[in-house]
Design a protein around this ligand. Structure first.
Ligand SMILES: C[S@@+](CC[C@H](N)C(=O)[O-])C[C@H]1O[C@@H](n2cnc3c(N)ncnc32)[C@H](O)[C@@H]1O
Length: 156
């Protein structure tokens, strides 16, 4: 059997400067030639990104189902609180997307109906509703779950 060649990362460093506002102070946790990874609250990172520099946003936020995400995050808020929190980071994401860029928002249909409408309000053009069948892998055993999860897609 042929030996697998070792994966080697290109040692050149991804330059985040063209993507970040001039007064940005936040630093990525990990960088390769392919990109930069930030490990921080999304609302500490997104406002520091320039307008219209992003090609694609894919968001997989907590779904407000009462899952455990560590002490700093409460995943069982009121509907109003959760929707406003989502709208805050969605607004920042849309600001950063280039004209013609794409936004994939993964969430429960319950939330994506409302948040998809919000994306339209922000000027994104609805493109697709992608349904993901999940009955083989319930996220929380013993709980009711939606017949599918969804990704609503918009274009800038
Ligand atoms: C539905 S999970 C997504 C899991 C991810 N797709 C994965 O496979 O690890 C939601 C994620 O959002 C993170 N999260 C929660 N609040 C956040 C915040 N304010 N800023 C950034 N990430 C957050 C959680 O820690 C969790 O990893």
């Amino acid at each position: 059997m042929a030996k697998q060649t070792a994966f080697k990362l290109d040692e050149s460093i991804f330059d985040i400067a063209p993507f970040m506002k001039e007064d940005s102070s936040i630093e990525p946790s990990f960088t390769t030639s392919l990109g930069a990874l930030f490990s921080a609250d999304c609302m500490a990172v997104l406002p520091q990104i320039r307008d219209e520099v992003v090609d694609t946003v894919f968001a997989d936020p907590p779904f407000n189902l009462g899952k455990e995400y560590g002490k700093s995050y409460d995943d069982l808020r009121s509907d109003d609180y959760y929707l406003q929190w989502c709208k805050d980071w969605i607004t920042e994401c849309v600001r950063t997307i280039k004209p013609g860029g794409a936004f994939f928002l993964y969430n429960l249909p319950k939330w994506n109906i409302l948040l998809g409408a919000y994306l339209t309000e922000l000027g994104m053009e609805f493109r697709h509703w992608i349904a993901i069948e999940i009955s083989a892998c319930l996220p929380i055993p013993g709980r009711l779950h939606p017949s599918h999860y969804s990704s609503t897609g918009g274009g800038g």
